[in-house]
Design a protein around this ligand. Structure first.
Ligand SMILES: Cc1ncc(COP(=O)(O)O)c(C=O)c1O
Length: 396
C-alpha cells in the first residue's frame, strides 16, 4: 500500500515536472538591499516585494534589537491567552489611526496575510452566504471562502459591472465582495470606488486585500486612501511583510467587525501571536512609511523609467502603474528560460507559471523597489533587450 501510494505521488510530481510546472526554492545566501547571492551567484534582485527597501533598514533592525531586549524572542501563546503584548496593542492602535478605513476603526494584527484573510472571511460569512470575488484574487481569499463554507462566485477580472450582475443574482443571506486592491501577479488596481458603491447598494461587506498597496499607494496609507474611500462596510487587510519590510498583517475595520473576528475567527484564535519584537520593528516601519514620501517618489520614477524601456520589448507589458511590472511571455517553458537567461546576466527575476496565473499567461514578475537605482533598471532593460535579440535570432 505504501509503495503504491508513494508511486502515485512520484507519478504526479513527474507529470508536473514534464509540464514545466515544478517549483523549486532558490537558496538566498546573502542579502544587501537588492544585491543578493543566490545559489552561489551574485544577482540584482527584482524578485522581492520589499517595495520601499525597508527590509534592511537600520532603524527597523534597531527597533527589533530593542524589542528582543524588552520582550525576548517569542510571544509564547495566542493573543487571547497570554501572547498579546503592549507592543502588539501599540502597533494595532497606530495602524488603525493611520489607515482609518472608517471613523473610529480598530485594527487586529496577524502573523500572516494568509491567516488574516481566512479570519475575515470565516468571521463574516458562513454556509448559505455568498462571496463575490474577482477572478484574479490571491489564493488566500479563495481559501478563506472555502473555509467559511460560503458560496464563492467569481466575476471577470476588474469588472465592477460583472460583479454587479453576480450580486444581483445572489439571493443569499449575507453578501460579501472580496478583491485584491493591487493584483499580486498583474499589478493593476481594482475599481474600488465602484465596488464600494455596489456594496452599499446590495448591503454587502467589501473586503479589500491591500497586500501590495499598503505603504506604496495613497501616500503610504494604501489603496483606500488612494481613492479617498472610507466606510463602515470596508474591511481592510494589509500585509506587513512587503512594503513594511517585516512580516505579518493587519485587519482594520469598524470596531464591531474587529470584535467579531477576535471573538469568532479560528485563524485568529488558534495560533500563537507573532513575536513582539516584530511588532516593535513594525512600529518603526510605520514611522518610515509615514515619512516615506521620497522613497515613494523614487519608486514611481523607476516604474515610469522601466515602462518606457519595456514598451520596446517583444513581450506583453501589462497595464500596471504600481511596483509590480509583469512581462507576459505566455508559455511556462519560455518564462523559465527567460528567467534563467536573466540570472546568467546577473538578475533575479521570478518566472510565474500556472496555477499561480491562468494557463497561457506565464510571465516574468518584475518588482521594483525604492532600493533600486535608475542604473539597476537600465541594466535590467539592457539584459531583457539582449534576450529579446536572441529570441528573434532563434526564430529567424
Ligand atoms: C494579494 C495578497 N494577499 C495576501 C497575501 C498573503 O500575505 P502573507 O505573505 O503575509 O501571508 C499575499 C502574499 O503573499 C498577497 O500577494
Amino acid at each position: 500500500m505504501t509503495q503504491a501510494a508513494l508511486a502515485a505521488l512520484d507519478g504526479a510530481l513527474a507529470a508536473r515536472r514534464s509540464a514545466g510546472l515544478a517549483r523549486r526554492r532558490r537558496i538566498v545566501e546573502t542579502v544587501d538591499g537588492v544585491r543578493v547571492r543566490v545559489d552561489g551567484r551574485d544577482l540584482v534582485s527584482f524578485a522581492s516585494n520589499d517595495y520601499l527597501g525597508l527590509a534592511g533598514d537600520p532603524a527597523l533592525a534597531a527597533a527589533a534589537r530593542d524589542g528582543i531586549k524588552r520582550w525576548g524572542v517569542g510571544a509564547g501563546a495566542s493573543h487571547l491567552v497570554s501572547g498579546h503584548t503592549a507592543a502588539h496593542q501599540a502597533l494595532e492602535d497606530e495602524l488603525a489611526a493611520y489607515v482609518a478605513p472608517c471613523a473610529g476603526a480598530r485594527a487586529l494584527s496577524f502573523s500572516s496575510g494568509y491567516l488574516a484573510n481566512l479570519a475575515i472571511l470565516t468571521a463574516l460569512a458562513g454556509r448559505g452566504d455568498v462571496i463575490v470575488a474577482d477572478r484574479l484574487n490571491h489564493a488566500c481569499l479563495n481559501d478563506g471562502a472555502l473555509l467559511a463554507r460560503a458560496d464563492l462566485v467569481r466575476y471577470a477580472h476588474g469588472d465592477a459591472q460583472a460583479a454587479a450582475t453576480r450580486l444581483a443574482a445572489a439571493s443569499k443571506r449575507q453578501r460579501l465582495i472580496a478583491t485584491d486592491a493591487v493584483f499580486s501577479m498583474d499589478g493593476d488596481v481594482a475599481p474600488l470606488p465602484e465596488l464600494l458603491a455596489l456594496a452599499e447598494n446590495h448591503d454587502a461587506w467589501l473586503v479589500v486585500d491591500d497586500a501590495h498597496g499598503f505603504g506604496v499607494l495613497g501616500d503610504g496609507r494604501g489603496s483606500l486612501a488612494h481613492f479617498g474611500l472610507a466606510s463602515p462596510r470596508l474591511v481592510l487587510m494589509g500585509t506587513l511583510g512587503k512594503a513594511a519590510g517585516v512580516a505579518g498583517a493587519f485587519v482594520a475595520a469598524h470596531p464591531s467587525v474587529i470584535e467579531t473576528i477576535l471573538q469568532t475567527a479560528r485563524p485568529y484564535i488558534y495560533t500563537t501571536a507573532a513575536p513582539p519584537l516584530l511588532a516593535e520593528a513594525l512600529r518603526a516601519a510605520l514611522r518610515a512609511i509615514r515619512d516615506g514620501a521620497s522613497r515613494r517618489a523614487h519608486l514611481f520614477a523607476l516604474v515610469e523609467r522601466f515602462r518606457q524601456g519595456a514598451a520596446r520589448l517583444p513581450w506583453r507589458l501589462l497595464p500596471s502603474s504600481t511596483a509590480i511590472q509583469p512581462l507576459v511571455c505566455e508559455d511556462a517553458a519560455r518564462a523559465l528560460s527567460l528567467a534563467a537567461g536573466l540570472a546568467q546576466r546577473g538578475f533575479f527575476v521570478p518566472a510565474i507559471r500556472p496555477p499561480t496565473v491562468p494557463a497561457g499567461t506565464a510571465r516574468l514578475r518584475i518588482c521594483l523597489s525604492a532600493a533600486h537605482s535608475p542604473g539597476d533598471v537600465d541594466a535590467l532593460l539592457a539584459a531583457l533587450a539582449d534576450l529579446a535579440a536572441g529570441t528573434r535570432g532563434a526564430v529567424a
